[in-house]
Design a protein around this ligand. Sequence first.
Ligand code: FES
Length: 111
Amino acid sequence: MSTTSTRSLISLCATSEVPEGGALKIERDDLTLAVFNLAGKFYVTDDACTHGPGSLSEGEIDGEIVECNFHNGAFHVPTGRVTAPPCMLPLRTYRVEIVDGQVCIDRQTAS
Ligand code: FES
């Protein structure tokens, strides 16, 4: 029996819309996401800081770290790991695929 792919890609934005070293906030369906361009590699995380009302797409990016502009908590963007308090909970990350110049995530990794 062949396996049928159940992947459902969600297109978020064009790669050209996210400046290198920057981030873009994207709202799709019930998701509010931050798309990061770190040295030409794209990552997608939840936009909301796990500590409070901070929007990580508006945070300070330094290498692979994003610092929340509310209380200076920080996360490692590729893994969502907390790198500075007061954040305690890791950030949700999404598997990214670039398709025809569009940053996409797999719907299966978005739930
Ligand atoms: S809301 Fe992000 S560190 Fe507090």
